[in-house]
Design a protein around this ligand. Structure first.
Ligand code: FE2
Length: 240
């Protein structure tokens, strides 16, 4: 549990990346993440500088917005491997995806048109962030488990429907179903455990031992890592 001690007991009590970054939009030109090979290499160098040794590339699979399919993403990932080697950056890369949870995800899971990663067979997914529980949430999570995956809820601190009193029950249901939780790291004043609504949520997760993974969710080679157009919007409206 050295990982959690580092998270919770650090001098600034921030959420920090471990050796593996589980959430990163580092493949160029496939979503709202990196726009070029140069940006992708810069993202990798930033992460290596933060102590990361393995980066999971998690492009969006988001029907109607980023219509990526695993067979299209694999060659783009292979290109990135070659560019990493040519640049001499010492970091391991693995392909995953950030799957949008909608009516179609359950069928996608059953058909195996997903990208899981790690020995855990993590299947990273995101949902709407508003106050209402997505109607497909638990059914889709159950389908993931039945198909042999470990559901990994992306930036779990972001969903308003998990942060209220009723949300605690949903969180417990997700946990009981086999889901695991990924939190985005602390950046500036964002995601500081115990501070603000999200920070209090993160602190409660930590206390329960339910903060399983940390991701950078980088889209750009900057510490904040967001596309410029998204930095001017309110945090609640930012889609990752
Ligand atoms: Fe993301």
């Amino acid at each position: 549990m050295g990982f959690l001690r580092k998270l919770w007991g650090g001098r600034d009590r921030s959420v920090v990346l471990g050796a593996r970054d589980c959430h990163c939009h580092v493949i160029p030109g496939v979503d709202d993440g990196s726009r070029s090979t140069d940006e992708s290499l810069a993202i990798l160098r930033l992460l290596v500088g933060d102590g990361v040794r393995r980066v999971i590339a998690t492009p969006h699979i988001y029907p109607g917005r980023f219509d990526n399919e695993p067979e299209d993403l694999r060659p783009r990932f292979d290109d990135l491997l070659r560019e990493r080697d040519a640049a001499g950056i010492e970091v391991e890369l693995e392909l995953g995806a950030e799957h949008w949870l909608d009516d179609s995800l359950e069928a996608r899971v059953r058909e195996g048109r997903v990208l899981a990663f790690g020995p855990e067979r993590y299947l990273l997914f995101e949902t709407t962030t508003g106050p209402h529980v997505p109607p497909q949430l638990l059914q889709t999570v159950h389908a993931m488990v039945q198909a042999g995956y470990t559901p990994l809820c992306a930036h779990v601190e972001r969903y308003a429907y998990l942060r209220d009193e009723e949300g605690q029950e949903v969180l417990e249901d997700l946990r009981a179903a086999g889901a695991r939780f990924q939190v985005n790291r602390t950046v500036g004043k964002a995601n500081v455990p115990g501070r603000g609504e999200r920070g209090r949520f993160i602190a409660a997760l930590l206390e329960r031992g339910w903060l399983d993974e940390v991701g950078s969710d980088l889209h750009r080679p900057t510490p904040q890592g967001r596309p410029h157009s998204q930095t001017t919007r309110s945090p609640a409206s930012i889609s990752a």
